[in-house]
Ligand binder design. Structure first.
Ligand code: ADE
Ligand code: ZN
Length: 335
């Protein structure tokens, strides 16, 4: 099964580029940019990655992002992630970035987006990995800051397919972003939002009703609402689930208790993703393996996660068809 999972074509839909900053690159960039970080070694950094909830992680995540200053830094970060994609047979990825985590520190929006975009373009030509870029608003910041960020994105609309919503879920309701999402939709952006990760199931309803999202990031707390489960299954509203992240941030105590396989078998369009792999102990293959080790699944069920991700992705119908055929062929060959 390990070999089957390793070589299975994969599609990633929930990946924060800032969450791919490995300790080694963090040190290299800190040195390059003359920035002090409160760690002496990679081991010390990894020891600090002991999270008890989402906020305890976010504090470390934003601190890490401070070493990213120049366009080249964002390029190097993204390129390093794409090399992991290649190793894991990720054929398509939809990448989040948090512009406000950088513009709030005085970094230009263009520096961030151009660095990421250039690496993604190189990933397409040199590694054969297709991609899309999604700009997230930080929900702990105010509406005005989100509007300013949307304004900054206008000059880069050709590089950004959708807007999203991330950071602290509890205490920062989706309603705060209803108007900015409406404007983004009017401007042609697709929309996604983190909801029901550690916040209540009502946050999922709010994301669907107030933000008109096309897929839900996390959404695992949908299990608390049977009517919602039925609706998600019937309408095939995708959930981008992040198994290792959920364990690291104590959304579930053990992988055996994770509801992802149960949701898959109920007919929901659930997908497997890595969220912030440098912080949570693994990229795509590691996430697939963690789920498969804790839950007994057959190969068709495992491949269904890829088929769901293709269905939920923001690529053209023609490209979806090509990836579906590729995945089905792989499954047929390895049954
Ligand atoms: N930003 C990066 N990772 C996140 C997560 N898992 N939840 C909310 N915001 C995030
Ligand atoms: Zn996330």
């Amino acid at each position: 099964m390990k070999k089957f999972i390793q070589s299975l074509p994969k599609v990633e839909l929930h990946l924060h580029i800032e969450g791919t900053l490995e300790p080694e690159l963090m040190f290299e960039l800190a040195q390059r940019n003359n920035i002090t970080i409160p760690f002496n070694s990679s081991t010390e950094v990894k020891e600090a990655y002991n999270f008890h909830n989402l906020q305890s992680f976010l504090d470390i995540y934003f601190q890490g992002a401070n070493v990213l200053v120049h366009e080249q830094d964002f390029f190097d970060l993204t390129w390093a992630y794409l090399l992991h994609c290649k190793d894991d047979n990720v054929v398509h990825t939809e990448v989040f970035f948090d512009p406000q985590a950088h513009t709030e520190r005085g970094i230009c929006f263009a520096t961030v987006v151009n660095g990421i975009h250039k690496a993604l373009a190189k990933g397409r030509t040199e590694l054969g990995i297709s991609s899309r870029l999604i700009m997230c608003f930080l929900r702990h910041l105010d509406e005005q800051s989100a509007f300013k960020t949307l304004e900054q994105a206008q000059a880069h609309k050709d590089k950004i397919i959708a807007v999203g919503l991330d950071s602290t879920e509890i205490g920062h309701p989706a309603s705060k972003f209803e108007r900015v999402f409406k404007q983004a939709i009017n401007q042609g952006f697709l929309t996604v939002a983190h909801a029901g990760e550690e916040g209540p199931v009502s946050n999922i309803h709010d994301a669907m009703n107030l933000l008109q999202i096309t897929r839900i990031d996390h959404g695992v707390r949908c299990s608390e609402d049977q009517a919602l489960i039925k609706q998600l299954a019937a309408e095939r509203i995708p959930l981008t689930v992040c198994p290792l992240s959920n364990i690291k941030l104590k959304v579930f105590d053990f992988m055996k208790e994770h509801n992802i396989v149960d949701l898959l078998r109920k007919g929901l369009c659930v997908t497997i993703n890595s969220d912030d792999p440098a912080y949570f102990g693994g990229y795509m293959t590691d996430n697939f393996l963690a789920v498969s080790n804790a839950h007994s699944m057959n190969k068709a069920e495992i491949a269904q996660f890829t088929l769901n991700a293709i269905e939920a992705s923001f690529i053209s119908e023609c490209e979806k068809k090509r990836l579906k055929i590729m995945t089905q062929k792989y499954l047929d060959l390895h049954q």
